[in-house]
Ligand binder design. Structure first.
Ligand code: HEC
Length: 113
């Protein structure tokens, strides 16, 4: 038990000694667009058009991802808030914030600018 604490402390100090190194990319990156697209194809494509250039959703009431991405005021936070709460038209669709970040990173690639 005690040696585990000492080991953990030693590891911590070793980590601090390397503090001048840049943080790993994952700490800087905000969402992964490739994972976002994969996630969207698996979880959203039954209702939403998720691919670039596709404007007709399977569920006509569901906006295409391209138009969501280009909606004024839409951002990572609002998408995550939307996805983190239950919604009548999207029952039982609670998405973890990490997946929401990936989704938004993908949606950003759909922005027309
Ligand atoms: C069962 C069908 C269905 C599934 C699955 C679904 N959606 Fe939706 N979604 C809808 C419908 C219908 C609307 C429009 C409803 C409304 O605005 O009240 C909508 C609206 C939205 C909106 C809000 C758009 C806006 O302009 O306010 C977002 C964001 C969204 N969906 C993202 C997602 C994501 C991301 C996924 C996959 C994780 C997903 N949806 C899966 C049916 C679905």
């Amino acid at each position: 038990m005690r040696s585990a604490v000492v080991l953990a402390l030693a590891a911590l100090m070793a980590a601090c000694a390397h503090r001048h190194l840049p943080p790993p990319p994952s700490a800087l990156q905000f969402g992964d667009p490739v994972r976002g697209l994969t996630f969207a194809r698996q979880n959203c494509a039954s209702c939403h058009a998720v691919e670039a250039g596709v404007n007709w959703s399977p569920d006509l009431a569901a906006p295409a991802f391209e138009s969501i991405a280009n909606t004024r005021g839409m951002n990572a936070r609002s998408v995550n808030v939307w996805l983190g709460s239950d919604h009548p038209s999207m029952p039982q669709l609670i998405v973890a914030p990490e997946d929401g970040d990936d989704l938004w990173a993908y949606m950003l690639t759909l922005r027309r600018r």
